[in-house]
Design a protein around this ligand. Sequence first.
Ligand code: ZN
Length: 743
Amino acid sequence: MNKKSDKINGTSMLKGIIGNLNRKTVLLSALAVVALTGIIVVGYVLSYMISYTYGDVAIDLNEYQANQSQTSIIYAYDENNQIFELQRLHGDQNRIYVSLDEIPDHLQHAFIAIEDARFPKHKGVDWIRFVAVFVKDKLSTGGSSITQQLVKNITGDREPNFVRKFHEICNALNLEKNFDKDEILEAYLNTLYLGSGCYGVKTACEKYFGKDVSEINIAEAACIASITKAPYTYNPLVNPEKNRDRQVNDCLDAMLDEGYISKAEYEQAVAYKMVFTNSPEYVADNKTEDKKEENVKNEVWSYYVDYVVDKLIDEFMTEYDMSERQATQKIYYGGLKIYAALDVEAQKVVDNVYYNRKTFPNESGKDVQSQSAMTIMDYSGRIIALSGGAGEKTRNRGLNRAVDSPRQPGSSVKPISTYAPAIEEKLVTWSTLIQDKAFAFNGELWPKNYTGDKGTGAYVTVQNALARSLNTVPARIVNYNLGLKKSFNYLSNKFNISTAMEKYDAAPAPLATGSMRYGITTLEMAAAYAAFGNGGKYYEPYCYYKVTNSDGSTVYFDNATITGKQIISEDTADIMCELLQSVTTDSVGTGRSYKISGFQTMAKTGTTSDDYDRWFVGGTPYYVAAVWYGYDLNKTVSNVSGNPSGKLFKKVLDEVHKGLPEKEFPKSNIVSEKKYCLKTGLLASETCYSTGMGWYSLKNLPQTCTSCKGAPPATTPSGDNQDDESFFGGLEYIGDQIINGLN
Ligand SMILES: [Zn+2]
């Protein structure tokens, strides 16, 4: 038994000894392993850190600055030709890059003092502060140097863990090896989030004080620097007291301690009465700032800005082979500088009339409101102003009727499909006589005139037919003389109506009376008519002068060198300009109520069947404009006296022309005003007793009348529309080629 128990005891004793030995050994071994591992890890970490620090550039600030998400800005020119910000394009990030020399020293110092006092001395990490905070708070964000914060802002990596912290340190050390303190500070001040959607000090200064960053004082600088710690909590618009506490007790104190400001400056800053953009005392200090603030707040843009954005998306897609998404990103966040071509004052007039629906007919009792669109251009392609709809504008980049909604043009198409082409082709002159009479077409008599009749049968001059907007005369010209192919070619290729479809529109009705398949936009209509006021040139319409990147080093688009293309000869353009002026000056002209006060006004009206669309296209020596009026879904325009588009044209352009110096349409020396015979349409002789005045190309003068024998007109016709058909019976002097074809 004993032996057995001894044996047992001995065994357990041995086991105990071995156990103890083992435990010690294991412990020691473990410690050794841990120590060794520690040394290896620390060594590895240090060597990694060193090689990383001295290795290649990990974060390239230059590249970052070039690529980072930046607010694009649309600039415009005011009435004194001074440039100002019209609109900032931004979504969730409002950011504008500003160089360090534009940032006042005291603002730089405010951030250094409160965020990283040893920034000028350390090499990326303030180890003393870092370790102190680390021991106390482990992974708190406190203790990060400005360089580390910059790394965080750029990488967007904020996850609180050791690996990330380690990488942040490596990146910070690497940054300091490759960039100097100024570059780092500049990048930091441009990337940090300062609340209320502001990234960087420039937008923050504007947001909180309505001031440019260069204008802010010490107290304001301390206020801005105090936001960083917690951008919502210390947002001065939201929590002014909390911001105030940190501004004075943390920031200004630190600035004083660090010797950045004197005691006197400190006291002055503490005593300074803070005025924020939401304070009752706040007054925007100048007009430009006022406009800027107004536009930052005003998130619904004008139709013009809509068009600039849409047009640019198109252009980036076409010219730079971008997807729609890429192009859109580029425009909103690419830090672009877009120099818009609008005339700000003219756009204001347009907006005022359209948004308030002033001058619009009273539509009470109707369940749908009428709509309208308008485009105003100069004679070299510049879009001056536009409106894509009537009534309050509630969203951006919605339906912009001025550029997106082609509508049937009615008679307003005639000058570009019929009259100008026929004059250019030397088929008619001002006074060529053509019969006002419908003809057999597709088994019926066609067309009807606007007044509902099928023509009186009288021979009328081209001028008279145009002024009265007869349909019979252009229908005859297109059908019998010009031909569909030529007519369509002018409309589509020369006057650049992109919505003209050969398949549907190369036919008499679309070409002569404007019943096109898709119609024409006011933009393309204005651009086409511009050729009548500039000697026959077509200019591609543009809405911006230039588009560059944020520092102007890359120019994406430049319209400064835009040139016109001669689409009709100068003499044709000048004659058309005079013919169209007669629409507002002739006693029978359909546009006589809408002449612009004090200025020559060329014009053409247009009405489509069932009165769905009402057009007015017109121009003065300064501007050309196209106006459409109707309903989005076809509906008869009724209860409207006169031409509502003509009223809008006059309302807007009278205002736009106020104060403009006298000016006349240009005129070439190859046209001349001459007396013509109302009886024959030829140049008048001494013996012609019924005459009018018209404009002719010296290259295409009619013959002189030899028919009139000077008979005293006891009953002189008062207008050529009263011409008596019987007078022509069998006579051969009436521009043979025309009349033979037309009869
Ligand atoms: Zn005569």
